[in-house]
Ligand binder design. Structure first.
Ligand SMILES: Cc1cc2nc3c(=O)[nH]c(=O)nc-3n(C[C@H](O)[C@H](O)[C@H](O)COP(=O)(O)O)c2cc1C
Length: 277
């Protein structure tokens, strides 16, 4: 990531709502790199070099994959008109259209289905929710590997979950077969350094890590309250207005209406051929 902070400063930026965690291992170059992650939503028009996509895909395919099933596929999109249509189907996320490369990560059981049919094998396991979950998890792991590789090469990325707002429209646009679904998109390009965001704080570790068994303690509310204050400071500092974390989280999860069209995911997945038994 360009403009990377030294590891200790990155740790402090990640955890303003708790004592900075021990930095003993943060100097490791890969750990330091991970600590510097931030999503990028503004790109320059610098083109991507030849061979880059292939290297990024190799990094993605190097991720672990459940039972080595490799149940994901990738659609790369660079055609501006197609990108405009994808942006329109993704709650009009305009910045999506400015990225030189857009990836659609596909939970893909269709390849397994085709291979089974060609070999005369019935693969009833494909029709179970478990298989869809495997595909979803595999795609997410591969995607994050690609993010880490892209950032190491000076690129910026942003996941686009809004791509799930109209799954059938996305499927049609990308000619996806049954049993394949665009899980999320991803913008990739060289960051516009004038508009690079800061490292975004995360919840204190005490709110997310449980030792041995899960325990709900009063510390959870206290840690979240400190984080809420930290996010207010963050959003004010980066010019996003005075936005706390808790009200945004409540708003995002308030009800079907706040899921931006994604409340009908079961129906959409069934329309796309998934059994989900
Ligand atoms: C699965 C997933 C979907 C996301 N979808 C969107 C999106 O549709 N639009 C967007 O602007 N950011 C999206 N993001 C980015 C998150 O908002 C971002 O990761 C989060 O606010 C933390 O900020 P950071 O990545 O800069 O640390 C998504 C992230 C993930 C992991």
């Amino acid at each position: 990531m360009p403009d990377a902070l030294p590891p200790r400063a990155a740790l402090a930026a990640r955890y303003p709502a708790q004592d900075t965690p021990p930095a003993a291992f943060a100097d490791n170059p890969i750990v330091a790199h991970l600590l510097n992650h931030r999503s990028v939503r503004a790109f320059t028009d610098k083109p991507l070099p030849e061979g880059l996509i292939e290297t990024l895909v190799a990094a993605a395919q190097s991720a672990p994959t459940s039972s080595n099933l490799q149940t994901w596929s990738l659609v790369t999109v660079q055609d501006r008109e197609r990108l405009s249509r994808l942006a329109a189907a993704s709650n009009r996320q305009g910045f999506l259209n400015t990225a030189p490369l857009f990836l659609v990560w596909v939970a893909d059981l269709s390849r397994n289905q085709r291979l089974g049919e060609a070999a005369g094998q019935t693969l009833e396991g494909i029709d179970y929710l478990e298989s869809y979950m495997v595909a979803m998890i595999d795609a997410a792991l591969a995607a994050q590997n690609l993010v880490v590789a892209a950032e190491a090469l000076g690129l910026g990325t942003c996941y686009i979950g809004a791509l799930r707002s109209k799954p059938e429209v996305i499927s049609e646009e990308l000619n996806l077969p049954p049993n394949a679904m665009g899980l999320f998109g991803m913008c990739i390009g060289y960051p516009d350094m004038e508009r690079l965001s800061d490292i975004k704080p995360r919840l204190p570790q005490s709110a997310v890590v449980h030792r041995e068994t899960y325990k709900v303690t009063p510390e959870e509310a206290a840690a979240v309250a400190r984080y809420d204050d930290a996010m207010l400071d963050f959003s004010t500092r980066v010019g996003q207005g005075e936005v706390r974390w808790l009200p945004r989280m409540f708003q995002r999860l308030a009800g079907a209406g706040s899921l931006s069209g994604r409340h009908r995911m079961t129906e959409a997945l069934k329309n796309l051929g998934f059994g989900l038994k």
